[in-house]
Ligand binder design. Structure first.
Ligand SMILES: Nc1ncnc2c1ncn2[C@@H]1O[C@H](COP(=O)(O)OP(=O)(O)OP(=O)(O)O)[C@@H](O)[C@H]1O
Ligand SMILES: [Zn+2]
Length: 829
């Protein structure tokens, strides 16, 4: 039998299946999706079996055999293998990169070669130096790398030893023992009574007798360490009992449960409102029919979307099918987890990046081993290895964090739709502020559909008829005119004071996207920039360092301008720390919880802050984007936005959309329960439509205006985008290659008959813009240029691009221009 294997070498040249013989001993064990170690170009590499076949096109005698099967059962299933191929096609990445994205990092260990001595050849020490031989004899199997490091002069001899058979080689993957085991003591109480057992122990061995009594009384397995701690006995006593067969000590697999010891109050389904009921019925009808339909659930903040998710999942599970719930990383809060664990108990696995590798692996195994029915997690949970998915929910579907920024640059929303097709599963995209792409797709689907069920499911009202909070816009330019130089307007200042008096809580959002604390000299205009990237350095107060957020470069901040020696060098920008300081000045004694990247790096800190706030141990929750989403606290009656427009000035065609979404989301945190809420938004651009429409909670009005802009400028959803970024250390070479690349692409598009500006009426059109310098023109000492491909209609743009790229990436090995392709880019930097 032949196995076709994708080896873990992420280059275009090796990105195809290679044939290997399946050794007799492994046949029956190797399946599609198995992880194997295979010889490849003189090394042994990890790979995945993507196909099994009887015959190979390659001469059988020339085929190598699979060296090792790395797991007892295949970590991937055929549908995931197929999905990975689809991803590599759609996002122009290698098949192996897509496969690697699907497995927990505990399984990504590199395959390593281990060397042993061949028993039968012990005396034929063919040319191996004595110390090497001794070392192997003593420690075998020894990692080849270690051996070569220790005996650098003996590399050739070791190779010769392997060839002649003096040495043998096995492959093992580092970290493969990611399963944690614990030595556990089992009393043999089933086969023997306590009295019979005691009779076997001499009277003087008091410690053993005591231990035995303890174990038999307890009559259940106990980890060895716990036993020793509890009884104060020694391991030797346990061993003595083991020798007599009175207890058994063996390794037991342990689950690292990130939520161990936590109890979740069980919750019952709520009686749905009329609106929720209608939405619920549409979703469950599709789930019951196994219809891979995509719904867009547009529900205002606090409309009870989560309750609809929970009950729809219930219906899915009752069909003996599984459900995946994606939430943005930062809203995967304890509150969110609690709602799912409270309803489904142990049937839920939680996957997010704050878990340790081991915890993540154990949660993943719960899914793989069918111990859970629901997986909730961030982006990569879309690859949860369920067998029969019935429902996929993507909450806050408009979030850009669903797009992975490094290879494979997939969008979890599009992967979800594909995966749902494979499984006959229904997709629900939920948001108060849907992305324009999803909205356009839903509208199209509704128009083309059977007219019986609409793809757009609206929930326009809050549960219990609670009103959306009134939003007040404060023009900060007027504040300055009135002589207020504070970052707090008089209105927000007053509103905060009222909350303090009434003992209510406030959420303050500092919109920091594209806004950082940078250093500028007021005399000469000098700004501190990174010497390797064309980007300003960010000031970190705690360490008094200036850092580059792109390459990690750091330097001490100075008190004197390095250009003009002036002492008027100042920190600019409104960091959360500065807001916190100002709050303390304005309201002495105010209790503030600050949540930003600096205060939430520690494991569990996120949870700690939110719990504290929930317990009303603080008056104000101040933070960046992470305070805007998902939070549901009854005593929050004021939401303040400190600088609404800092995200409007970014070189990003989605700037207005992002601003509208953020304002709407954060406004939705106020007045969700019996106390009415109020929102104050400070801005320098009060007339911008994204601010105006957010003030009225008017998605439709925003949509209309934004669609007009997008159509005019030819941006999604009126076309699709591919961003190609090229980098090189030498600018002239990069410019020359970039021009050649763009010309080749245009020529290819013209030949395919699709080259046309998008503004024309042509149904199929493709426009190639650039090359131009990227918004960040230099990064890590490499210059950056980009081409933007815009296209619409049934143009196979990725295929076209691939064929051009092939001629550019092959060939010139030296000083290559690096190309990076981003399909449907979210960030254009
Ligand atoms: N049918 C119902 N009856 C009573 N209360 C409900 C019902 N559905 C939801 N709720 C409650 O209403 C509140 C808001 O619901 P939920 O958090 O699910 O809304 P959401 O749309 O997911 O909100 P957001 O998008 O703003 O985070 C919650 O406290 C929830 O428990
Ligand atoms: Zn840098």
């Amino acid at each position: 039998m032949i196995a076709r294997v994708i080896v873990d070498v992420p280059t275009k040249q090796t990105d195809r299946p290679f044939d290997y013989k399946v050794p007799e001993a492994m046949s029956g064990w190797i399946e599609v999706g198995s992880r194997v170690g295979v010889p490849f170009g003189g090394r042994t590499l990890q790979g995945f079996v993507v196909e099994l076949a009887e015959q190979s096109e390659v001469d059988l005698s020339r085929l190598k055999a699979i060296a090792e099967l790395l797991d007892p059962s295949a970590p991937l299933s055929p549908d995931l293998i197929e999905l990975a191929l689809w991803i590599s096609d759609k996002y122009c990445c290698t098949w192996t990169a897509a496969l690697q994205a699907m497995i927990p990092s505990a399984l990504k260990g590199k395959a390593e070669r281990y060397i042993s001595l061949q028993e039968s050849n012990l005396h034929a020490e063919a040319g191996l130096p004595q110390p090497v031989l001794e070392h192997i004899r003593k420690y075998a199997p020894v990692k080849l790398d270690t051996l070569q490091q220790r005996f650098p002069d003996s590399s050739a001899a070791i190779k010769a030893g392997l060839r002649s058979g003096v040495l043998s080689e096995t492959v093992a993957v580092k970290d493969r023992l990611a399963i944690r085991t614990v030595l556990t003591v089992f009393p043999a109480a089933d086969s023997i009574t306590e009295e019979e057992a005691l009779a076997q122990i001499p009277a003087r061995a008091a410690k053993q007798r005591e231990l035995l009594s303890y174990l038999f009384t307890r009559n259940e397995p106990i980890p060895l360490q716990a036993l020793l701690a509890e009884t104060g006995s020694s391991a030797a006593s346990v061993r003595a009992l083991e020798d007599k067969g009175l207890v058994e000590v063996r390794e037991v697999q342990q689950n690292r449960d990130p939520y161990a010891g936590r109890t979740f109050a069980p919750s019952q389904p709520l009686e749905l409102t009329e609106g929720q009921q209608a939405v619920f019925e549409s979703i469950t009808a599709a789930v019951l029919a196994g219809d891979p339909k995509v719904f867009l659930l547009q529900g205002v903040t606090g409309s009870g979307k989560t309750e609809v998710y929970l009950q729809s999942i219930d219906c899915c599970i009752a069909q003996d099918r599984q459900a995946i719930v994606l939430v943005p990383e930062i809203s995967l809060t304890p509150q969110m987890v609690e709602r799912f664990k409270g309803r489904f108990g142990d049937a839920v696995a939680v996957l997010h990046s704050r878990l340790s590798n081991g915890e993540r692996y154990d949660e993943w195994r719960k899914i793989k081993e069918k111990r859970v029915k629901v997986a909730i997690g961030a982006r990569s949970a879309i690859f949860a290895p369920f067998e029969r998915i019935g429902l996929i929910i993507i909450d806050e579907e408009h979030e850009s964090s669903y797009k992975q920024e490094e290879s494979p640059k997939y969008h979890a929303r599009d992967v979800a739709v594909k995966r749902a097709k494979q499984h006959g599963a229904t997709v629900v995209l939920g948001s108060a502020t849907p992305s324009l792409e999803s909205y356009a797709a839903a509208r199209r689907a509704s128009l083309q559909g059977d007219g019986q069920s609409d793809a757009l499911l609206p929930l326009p009202e809050r549960v219990g008829g609670r009103p959306l909070p009134p939003v007040e816009i404060v023009d900060m330019r007027e504040e300055l005119k009135a002589g207020n130089r504070s970052m707090f307007s008089r209105r927000l200042h007053q509103a905060l004071g009222e909350r303090l008096e009434r003992g209510e809580q406030s959420v303050l959002l500092l919109n920091r996207r594209g806004y950082s604390t940078f250093v500028m000299c007021r005399s000469c205009g000098y700004t501190a920039g990174c010497p390797h990237c064309d980007i300003s350095l960010t000031y970190h107060q705690k360490s008094r360092m200036l850092r580059c957020h792109y390459c990690g470069y750091a330097e001490h901040s100075t008190l004197v301008c390095p250009e003009c020696q002036s002492e008027h060098i100042r920190f600019f920008g409104t960091g959360t720390q500065r807001v916190e300081e100002e709050l303390a000045k304005l309201f002495p004694g105010i209790r503030v919880i600050r949540m930003d990247v600096d205060t939430t790096t520690e494991k569990g800190s996120h949870e700690k802050w939110l719990t504290m706030f929930g317990e009303r141990k603080a008056d104000v929750l101040l933070g960046t984007q992470m305070v805007a989403k998902g939070l549901d606290f009854p005593f929050v009656t004021l939401v303040g936005v400190i600088a609404a427009d800092s995200s409007l000035n970014l070189p990003d065609f989605r700037a207005a959309e992002k601003t509208f979404q953020l304002l709407t989301q954060v406004a939705g945190r106020a007045g969700r329960h019996h106390l009415p809420g109020e929102v104050v938004v400070q801005t320098y651009t009060p007339d911008h439509y994204s601010v105006r429409t957010a003030q009225r909670h008017d998605y439709d009005a925003f949509l209309e205006e934004e669609l007009r802009h997008r159509r005019m400028m030819s941006y999604p959803p009126f076309c699709r985008l591919i961003l190609v970024t090229m980098t090189h250390e030498q600018l002239p070479l990069l410019v020359e290659q970039g021009e050649r690349f763009a010309a080749a692409l245009r020529e290819r598009a013209a030949r395919a008959g699709v080259l046309a500006p998008l503004a024309t009426a042509q149904e199929r059109a493709m426009d190639i813009l650039g090359p131009v310098a990227s918004p960040i023109p230099r990064l890590k000492d490499r210059y950056r240029f980009q081409c933007m491909i815009k296209y619409r209609g049934n143009v196979d743009a990725t295929e076209l691009l691939r064929s051009v790229l092939a001629s550019f990436t092959e060939g010139q090995q030296q000083g290559k221009v690096l190309f990076s392709v981003d399909v449907d880019p979210q960030v254009i930097m």
